[in-house]
Design a protein around this ligand. Sequence first.
Ligand code: SAM
Length: 312
Amino acid sequence: MFSYRHSFHAGNHADVLKHAVLIAVLRHLTEKEAALTVVDTHAGAGLYRLDSDQAELSGEAADGIFRLLSDKNKPLAPVPSGDPTTKKIAEPLAPLLQDYVDLVAGFNPPKALRVYPGSPFVTHRLLRPHDRLKLFELHPTDSRALTANIGQLEAGRQVVVLREDGFEGLKKFLPPPSRRALVLCDPSYELKTDYGRVVVAMGDALKRFATGTYVVWYPLIARPEAHDLPKRLKTLATKAGKSWMNATITVKSGKLPAVTAESQKRPGLPASGMFVINPPFTLKGALQTALPQLVQLLGQDRNAAFTLDSGG
Ligand code: SAM
């Protein structure tokens, strides 16, 4: 079975990029009254305690969401590790980032950040009663946790949790009855085959439902499959005649620092990207303002940078 557990990474810089983009896309798609179906192919546990043993052990949120908090919503406790509030920017947060911070804060008491919402809860918060959410999670423990967390929402038939393979399961929901869909594909890439499966799944999804919005998160690590993935998705979208957008953020060098045994043990993810097929037309402008700020806030060394490409 997989060893990846998202609880070690909840609220890290990759989650900041992923969930901020997800919110921006959902805001746009829920402007139209017609029902929307959202499929989350790799849902995780749904909610994460930032003061859990796992989160505190990795302390990744300290270099992620915590760096975006201003004095106004600076948490009183607990702060996982490091000094999360040293990175300040003079100007207010870009609207896309403020929206993200506000949404996460909405799961927490005032001036505290104890709970981090994963993609199922981020999404659910923005859906209207007539929208639908399908959640795939294969890990037995996370799937149980997800079912229990979603149960608390008392969302009835609006939200369905499936302990099935998300790449395969996606097929049965496309095209959706409402003819409007957003798919988030966010694998752990623990298996090298995940990279290829993402491309196959997105290719198949586009054939089934060409007008859906498809959002893929991917890690930018020193592995050929990771660097090829956005290129392959770009080719896929271009061949299908669909528009696309690719946003990446690098927070530090990908090379292992030869400094301490600790940093050798847990080098952490240096960079990640979000590839969107059929992006809302509003997304590019929102990211043009948000990404430079994200680099300022999340950057850990002078390799910090962003890219934003689009086509179609
Ligand atoms: N999307 C979540 C979020 O943003 O909060 C995080 C998901 S995490 C990166 C990836 C999840 O996919 C893990 O919980 C893992 O157990 C699950 N998983 C791995 N392979 C899967 C598969 N083939 N189908 C469904 N879930 C899978």
